[in-house]
Design a protein around this ligand. Structure first.
Ligand code: PHE
Length: 381
């Protein structure tokens, strides 16, 4: 029969001695039966467990129940028993057989020293590795890229640290074009001794990859270029010195502005829904002629400029959202890559992926994408 703490009929020294003796005998017997880690745990809980452990019980049933004049005597015994019980519980742990968890060797780490059994508590919760998910900007880039892959485009990438030649010169930027100015471009320091075209900078757009690709590939060319770009813009809700673009380039015989419009109109419907409309208005880029800015009808207010009785903020109540720059590749550009402008023509476009992600997900501050706050990023998981 398992030992239970009895209520004491009297608190005389003799009764106390007897009760203590019985308790000690039970302790000894039970500790001898401890064989495994699990045995030991239930043994420990039974004797020193805070809720219903034997020690708690003797405190309640013996010490607290004792009349005033017996408290001293009872208190002393109870203390002795506490010391003895905790010591026995401690002691009975050594000798317990622990089934060690299989040691998992890490890559590149040799486990020369075996794991100390006593140091290994297999009941501890494991280390949870939270599952990551795609960053909303990267996800948006993948979506844009896949729309074009479905049209037969392939993916090209290029360096973020570029030369002046690829970022500007070969893209037909005249020598004093304001985009070359330190106002916009982040230059790598100490490049002054090099000729201008070799000086390094952080690319301000993904367009240099147009040149790099045409240098190594003969027409027909159909590529999309996702990537990081930098501009010297102070960070605020809609600007970041680092952001992302997806560029496109198609060069072949007889490519016309109609192809550009049809391709981009299809892409926008694939991205934002089949009911969006596109609209083009004249613009300027040194490497396209003619150049255009493309707008899509606001997919948030459906082009009305209003959300209920409220003005629609994303489109500034105009019903249109400016989404990308585009145009027909300027014949001067072909001169830099050894294409014959009499034989080929093509179009190019470039869009800001962060801005599209902002619109798609209704985010009101671009900085949220780059602060690395998991509470924000988790929402896209
Ligand atoms: N590179 C331009 C920009 O960053 C966008 C663009 C790309 C325009 C291709 C026309 C053609 O603003």
């Amino acid at each position: 029969m398992a030992y239970t703490v009895p209520k004491l009929k009297s608190f005389s020294a003799a009764t106390l001695d007897k009760a203590a003796e019985k308790l000690q005998a039970a302790l000894k017997q039970e500790s001898a039966a401890v064989k495994t880690e699990a045995d030991w745990k239930s043994f420990r809980d039974r004797w020193i467990g805070r809720k219903n452990g034997v020690l708690t019980e003797i405190n309640e049933l013996w010490l607290k129940a004792a009349p005033k004049d017996a408290k001293r005597e009872v208190g002393q015994r109870v203390n002795e028993l506490k010391t003895s019980v905790t010591a026995t519980v401690e002691k009975s742990r050594t000798g317990v057989t622990i089934v060690p968890a299989p040691a998992v060797a890490k890559v590149g780490v040799t486990m020369s020293t075996p794991v100390e059994p006593a140091a290994l508590d297999i009941t501890l919760p494991g280390i949870r590795r939270p599952l990551g998910s795609e960053h909303p900007v990267i996800r948006t880039m993948h979506e844009i890229v896949s729309v074009f892959r479905n049209l037969g485009y392939s993916v090209e990438e290029g360096p973020v640290i570029e030369t002046d030649y690829y970022n500007f010169e070969a893209l037909n930027f005249p020598p004093n074009h304001p985009a070359r100015d330190t106002q916009d471009t982040l230059f790598i320091a100490r490049q002054e001794s090099k000729p201008q075209r070799e000086r390094l900078l952080l690319r301000t757009h993904t367009s240099p990859v147009q040149i790099r690709t045409m240098e190594k590939m003969k027409p027909p060319v159909r590529i999309v270029i996702p990537g990081k770009v930098h501009r010297n813009d102070p960070p605020d809700a809609s600007h970041s010195p680092m952001f992302h673009q997806v560029e496109g380039l198609a060069v072949d015989a007889n490519i016309t502005f109609c192809d550009l419009k049809g391709t981009l109109d299809h892409a926008m419907k694939a991205l934002f829904g089949s009911s969006v409309k596109t609209s083009f208005r004249p613009s300027f880029f040194p490497f396209t002629e003619p150049s255009a800015e493309m707008m899509v009808s606001c997919f948030i207010c459906g082009g009305s400029g209003k959300r209920g009785s409220e003005p629609c903020r994303p489109c500034k109540q105009t019903g249109w959202i400016e989404i990308l720059g585009c145009g027909m590749v300027d014949p001067n550009v072909y001169g830099f890559v050894d294409y014959d402008p009499k034989k080929v023509s093509g179009f190019a476009f470039g869009m800001g992926a962060d801005r599209i992600a902002i619109l798609k997900y209704g985010v009101d501050d671009i900085q949220l994408f780059f602060n690395g706050d998991v509470r924000f990023l988790e929402q896209f998981g």
